[in-house]
Design a protein. Structure first.
Length: 103
């Protein structure tokens, strides 16, 4: 992954409500309540969060039935980190999961 700051890395299934809402706000997506955000995260088959050190800089999420259908619902990279391949890395991780469901 491209490096803007410290160490960039991805973490699976550790997306929390606060991070989800903050990242959505950073890219001017529609506001959600905490309850809506919690339900969205709970309904995810996989979440991926990109970090620069301890700062969340992006996230992606797959939803679906876990047996036949799944799709990428969200993919966010905050503006100051866009264009560095972070979204591509998260998309690759999400696609691996999506393809494993289809097998």
């Amino acid at each position: 992954m491209a490096k803007k700051g410290k160490t960039m890395y991805l973490k699976d299934n550790e997306l929390d409500v606060k991070t989800y809402l903050e990242l959505r706000t950073a890219v001017s997506w529609r506001s959600l309540t905490k309850e809506q955000a919690a339900a969205a995260i709970k309904g995810s088959l996989l979440t991926v969060v990109a970090y620069d050190g301890d700062k969340p800089i992006g996230m992606g999420r797959i939803v679906g039935d876990g047996a036949v259908i799944c799709y990428i619902q969200d993919l966010i990279v905050i503006p100051e980190y866009q264009g560095q391949g972070i979204g591509r890395e998260m998309l690759s991780r999400l696609m691996d999961k999506a393809l494993s469901v289809a097998d």
